[in-house]
Design a protein around this ligand. Structure first.
Ligand SMILES: C[S@@+](CC[C@H](N)C(=O)[O-])C[C@H]1O[C@@H](n2cnc3c(N)ncnc32)[C@H](O)[C@@H]1O
Length: 250
């Protein structure tokens, strides 16, 4: 996630990581704004946009940039028209929008308020291309759902990089929120695996991203503790890292 070249519109291809000092500065601004409740995107469209299918998607410097993992996940998802879908950690909203383009009724969430504003903007920009709907909710994982809400598909590209405290960039700003998977890389993935079954319909299924930089032994243990079955539906190698897309089903 941190070392890969981002696949984007050719004009805006760029590489992670950002310069360390720049990230720290952005994160300080992020937390000042977040504390004061002053979260907004200015009205000017960002110069960074990319095209995917008929969609035009804007990016923002305080929101995770789509990357190879985003596209690998997107290409693995089989969505039916009229499915209800939940995308957790939507970032710029590409996956949510593409599911809605295919006819799904999508709820998408993020814990980064900038992502929430960005995906609303991207929804308005692409509304005419969507057969389905997109509802945007701010919050932590499944907490955005009512206790009786059920979805047919749950999707999560979690923060999955194993991260020790010294590697965090000054606390808990947007970059850490998007990438920090705790010491074993699985802190958010574990919660997703344990909770997702409660929110799936009878025909429900789930997709999530796993990096070989995380602890696969622990992942296997978490998966073996839940009712849902699971399998890998896509694997790709990126230098020293393998990205797998896991599929969970009843
Ligand atoms: C790796 S990025 C994926 C973004 C986008 N879905 C994609 O594939 O490009 C992880 C996203 O999860 C969000 N996130 C992190 N922790 C979260 C939580 N507890 N609840 C909801 N979203 C969370 C981050 O803000 C970030 O947008």
């Amino acid at each position: 996630m941190s070392k890969k070249k981002i696949i984007c519109h050719p004009e805006i291809s760029m590489a992670f990581p950002y310069e360390h000092s720049k990230i720290k500065e952005m994160k300080e601004q992020y937390w000042i704004k977040r504390k004061s409740g002053d979260i907004y995107l200015d009205n000017k469209p960002s110069f960074k946009t990319f095209h995917y299918n008929e969609l035009i998607v804007e990016l923002h410097h305080e929101v995770y940039e789509v990357s190879e993992d985003t596209f690998q996940l997107l290409e693995s998802i089989e969505v039916n028209e009229d499915d209800t879908a939940l995308e957790i950690g939507t970032g710029c909203g590409l996956i949510a929008l593409d599911c809605a383009r295919q006819g799904a009724k999508v709820i998408c969430t993020d814990i980064n308020p900038y992502a929430i504003e960005l995906v609303k903007r991207n929804y308005l920009r692409n509304q005419s291309m969507l057969k389905g709907t997109v509802e945007v909710r701010f919050g932590d994982l499944f907490s955005v759902l009512k206790s009786d809400e059920r979805v047919d598909i749950a999707i999560f590209n979690p923060p999955y990089l194993p991260t020790i405290s010294e590697e965090r960039i000054g606390g808990t700003g947007w970059f850490d929120i998007a990438t920090d998977g705790g010491v074993d890389g699985l802190s958010l993935t574990k919660r997703f695996i344990e909770e997702v079954g409660k929110y799936l319909s009878k025909q429900g299924r789930a997709y999530f991203v796993f990096s070989s930089l995380s602890d696969r032994g622990k992942l296997d243990a978490y998966l073996s503790n839940v009712e849902l079955k699971s399998k890998v539906v896509s694997s790709r190698l990126f230098n020293d890292e393998q990205i797998d897309i896991y599929f969970m089903y009843f």
